[in-house]
Design a binder for this molecule. Sequence first.
Ligand SMILES: Cc1ncc(COP(=O)(O)O)c(C=O)c1O
Length: 293
Amino acid sequence: MDFSKLNGKIFFENKFIDSKKAKIHVLNHSLHFSSSVFDGIRVYNKKTLFLGEHLDRLYLSAKLMKLTINLKKRKLISTINKLIKLNKIKDGYIRPIIFRSSHSMSPETSNCKSIIAIAAWKWGTLFNVEKGITLMLSRYPRLNKSIFPIHAKSSGSYQVAVVSRVEARKKKFDDCLMLDIKGNVAESTACNIFWIKNSIIYTPKEHSILQGITRKAVIEICKRNRIKVNIGNFKLKTILNADHVFVTGTAAEIQTVRKIKNKNYKTNSKIINLIKDSYNEIKTKSPVSTSKI
Ligand SMILES: Cc1ncc(COP(=O)(O)O)c(C=O)c1O
């Protein structure tokens, strides 16, 4: 899909305008220096899922990347809800982005304005791979928060993800598994990762991953169902020895992994099915938000 041809309205510089008119100049700062932050929110049956949590992360991302969001959270929420109505979204996706204006062509940004845009579109399943996805090993590591503001969902942090995904597709894999700089399992290019060994779930600590909102929901689901979750630093060999693997993300939801490198996994897991069912239940019930809004 060519997103520049998206129909409907986009919220751009404090107005709802026709999507096709929501344009920026080629000398926009963020295009050249990746100085933007964004988030992605799912809409199920006309309602957002975990909106408060996503906006908390958007403000955190902006703070870490020294961008200002010139709207209060409450205004952002009402704007997003209005956009869903204007675009008649039943099941879809919301993409708020904060980026810098064209007032600099260097890392010096004191003259740049901070711009907000919010787009919304109808969207179904991301991978649509019933039988599970395949992951290659990325040649580049995920950085950690002492080297890079990894907890910001910033455009800059996706450069390695984009390169890794291109390489994965060339080699006929769906995506890449990324390790941290010490060789521990981190995440895939746009999802957090979990694996199961002897009915215990494992997932990496937060130092080198995006703090996923779906990851948090999955950990809660496991707690509620008395499934043990081990959060720690784990070498590649631990995931290669796992019984089952899955990835989580707002867009991907809960996606089974059937292969990492040349290791194949069984895809029929009772635990993954239970987590998928519980997540589907959350989607339909709109859970109580844990956001501080
Ligand atoms: C690098 C990365 N990790 C993990 C995730 C999953 O996060 P969430 O569950 O909040 O969508 C995403 C998606 O936003 C991502 O881009």
